[in-house]
Write a protein that binds this ligand. Sequence first.
Ligand code: SAH
Ligand code: MG
Length: 492
Amino acid sequence: MANVLGSVRLSHETESTISPDGQGEQIKGWSDLHDHTVIHMAQDLEVSGAVALHERPGLGPWLTEPDKIAQWDIICVAELDRLSQSLLDTAEFIRWCQENGKTIVSAGEPLDFSGAMGRMFAQQLAMYAEFERERISERRAKAAARLRRKAQWGGGRPPFGYMPVKEDDYYVLVPNPATVPVVMRIAADIIAGKSCNQIARDLNAENVPSSQGGPGMQASVWRAQGIIVLMRNPALRGLVMQDDHHGKSVIVRDDDGNPVTREAIVDKETWDNVQEALDKNGISPELARAAESARGFMPTPEGLALYDTAATYAHLGPVAEIGTYCGKSTIYLAAAAREAGQLVVTVDHHRGSEENQPGLDWHDAELVDPATGRLDTLPHFRSALAATGLEEHVIAVVGRSTSVAGLWRTPVGMLFIDGGHTDALAQADYEAWAPWVVEGGALAIHDVFPDPADGAQGPYRMYLRALKSGAFTEVRVEGSLRVLERTGPGIG
Ligand code: SAH
Ligand code: MG
């Protein structure tokens, strides 16, 4: 029965498979088996095997302070490499133990180190441990060199927020003090709930050079989509990204599969908040699906632009829509209006436009009411809207656009005109409704086709008139959709 000093060591430098607790248990197990008592478990976590035994914070005092040395007879480690990885240190320690009547035991190796043979084995084991340690540091040096190569900047346009600097004979990317504040400001705006559309317009108004511009390149304008791409790019978190040659950006990884990194621009918390806000920023996937599957004439990119526009302008007042049809565009508008706490008023006589009548290009026989033999889109609109849960946020007015306008007295934050496409109807809609768009509000016009081969010219000529009046300024083009902002009085 003897007193045992346990020695536990763990450093990230080695790939030891035994946790500190595991080592402690092994030592305890060995002691119990031999009827010994563990009087102390010296812990040296995060201490390299290259540090001399008597210099280790945990073990050192038990090898140097006489009153502590007197307390133990056997030093026990889980495996010999936990003791020391320096041949010299091990050899000296073995001699010290002999001189002081101490015994070294390894619970993991079935070796008795007390005799001459044991000492030789111990020294050989220590020799291998030292060899292993050197190999590990060589491996690490090689891996670090490979990593540096992977993090190199290969040229081209750096991600916005970074700039290339020369390091040795290659370039790396570091945060660019000129553009990092722009990234941080965009992040703050997104977290504050600003739409990317609005952020883009603010940046353009302030002439902030866009993420598409750069030295020697023509600075182009900020767009909502560009802001989303920028703020969704993991490069901002310091991840090194690479083109996969199929137009997709992928994370570059090291040999262990971990991402290769450089200095991050956006901290983890900000990144998470920005991603969460961006998830909420757009239309919900369910509503986007509902709108896509609804009957009607609104290509998805244009519908999403409608959503963005309503999201940007609805805080100024309700949204008015001329031309409901079966509610496809209404869903996009109402999804955004609901978030702004506004209503959508959508106007249609529900008998269809000229081109929807029997025998013409855009006729849908399923929309004919058998009782009257005439088109009736109202029931289809009703059921499409009911399925979205947006019913409460939409007021449907059944009537001719100009008749309804005759009773209308409310300024609107956004007006969307998508009614009759003949010149007469388009001009009448413009005259009746455009005056109600508030200063700073939006007028969106659908089916603007400069080329007569693409469609009727009514909406296009309405659009030209609006621009010419000086009352409206174009802010966005998406397919045949034009978004104008009210920038002056009168409507021309
Ligand atoms: N915005 C719809 C498509 C509208 S189609 C969508 O996203 O799918 C044009 C609609 O305008 C038709 O439903 C037609 O009935 C309506 N319309 C045409 N002229 C009108 C008028 N003078 N008054 C009211 N509605 C009219
Ligand atoms: Mg249309």
